[in-house]
Design a protein around this ligand. Structure first.
Ligand code: C5P
Length: 339
């Protein structure tokens, strides 16, 4: 009789275990439909496969209110829409007189560049890292080169040189952000040129610089031709520029700087973002890393961007753990040995 009792207890225990385990699996699947798929492939839970994902802490309402996943980042063949409202705002930026017909220009643009949708592949199996490299003098003697190059995407801006500064800024460039008046030739066939169009003429310039070379002047002389792989040319959409200005900068400054635009772009296309070369150097100067302070044009005093406001938002993103902000050498070099 005793053995019958024991069997009953074992059967009851087994039944209890099966019921509890099934309830557990069911609740996991209801809350996260990809649970079975991820557990069988040992894929970590969460929005990406990095240790920290930008979109992880959705409990931060400030951040989730700002990051708009549905904003149009680039002008592409399938999404070249510019609403009337956006067009009006965009035309005001550099007050272009007699702009060409935008849809005609866009048609011509996509005969020259691919205009494909890209980077919208976020998911639990992706871990894409970005280094956004601004041009601040705080990169001098920083030794950040290796750290910058370790990212999947290295985004550089405007005239930024690497030659002669490799130890501090690295070698690698996957994306070079520029507008006609700040353009430079690219050394590598695999680097993407990311154009910031501030006016219709900027779109005409890139078409011309890749073909006939006829556009030589905007509000100042510009490069008639540019060395770049035309299959690697991407163009920010005016809607993205407006979104960054209004949503991220609360309309401070006339329009966002190329550096700040690129930082927000990185938040959208990468899972982890490291930021270098933003803000003042250790002496409070805002000049470029390749120029001597007394000779360079200070970013803070362009009159177009609100450098302080942009920097405060950048710092806030770092405080909230959304980006890592590398500030360079923080004290005068002569005190370094003391640390
Ligand atoms: O001066 P430039 O616009 O070419 O620099 C590229 C970007 O680097 C700027 O748009 C700005 O966002 C950032 N920058 C900065 N502090 C500096 C110089 C540049 O934050 N001292």
């Amino acid at each position: 009789m005793l053995w019958l009792k024991r069997r009953k207890v074992r059967a009851l225990a087994a039944l209890f275990f099966i019921v509890s385990f099934s309830t557990f699996l069911l609740s996991c699947t209801v809350h996260d439909p990809s649970f079975f798929f991820r557990s069988s492939l040992a894929i970590p839970a969460g929005p990406c496969a990095c240790q920290h994902c930008i979109t992880e802490l959705e409990d931060d309402t400030w951040f989730s209110d700002k990051l708009n996943h549905s904003v149009q980042l680039l002008l592409t063949r399938t999404n070249a829409e510019v609403s009337d409202d956006t067009y009006k705002w965009w035309q005001w930026l550099q007050s272009e007189s007699n702009p060409a017909n935008l849809s005609v220009v866009l048609d011509r643009l996509f005969q020259v560049i691919p205009g494909e949708d890209c980077y919208m592949d976020a998911g639990p199996t992706r871990c894409r890292t970005c280094s956004v490299v601004g041009n601040s003098g705080n990169l001098r003697s920083s030794g950040y080169g290796h750290l910058i190059d370790a990212a999947d995407f290295v985004i550089r801006i405007n005239q930024a040189p690497t030659e002669g500064f490799e130890e501090d800024v690295g070698y690698k460039t996957t994306h070079h952000v520029m507008y006609p008046e700040s353009a430079i030739d690219l050394n590598s066939n695999s680097t993407n040129l990311l154009l910031v169009p501030f006016k219709t003429l900027d779109l005409e310039w890139i078409i011309s610089a890749l073909t006939t070379g006829t556009v030589t002047y905007t509000y100042m002389p510009v490069m008639p031709r540019i060395k770049v792989n035309r299959n690697k040319v991407l163009v920010y959409s005016p809607a993205f520029l407006k979104y960054v200005h209004e949503t991220w900068l609360d309309s401070h400054g006339r329009y966002p700087s190329t550096g700040f635009l690129s930082l927000v772009f990185a938040l959208h296309i990468c899972d982890e973002v490291n930021v270098f070369g933003f803000g003042a150097d250790r002496l409070g100067s805002w000049h470029h890393y390749w120029e001597e302070n007394s000779l360079g044009r200070a970013f803070r005093h362009t009159g177009v961007h609100d450098g302080d406001y942009e920097y405060n938002i950048t710092q806030l993103l770092a405080d909230k753990g959304k980006i890592r902000l590398f500030k360079g050498v923080s004290k005068p070099l002569m005190f370094q040995w003391d640390e």
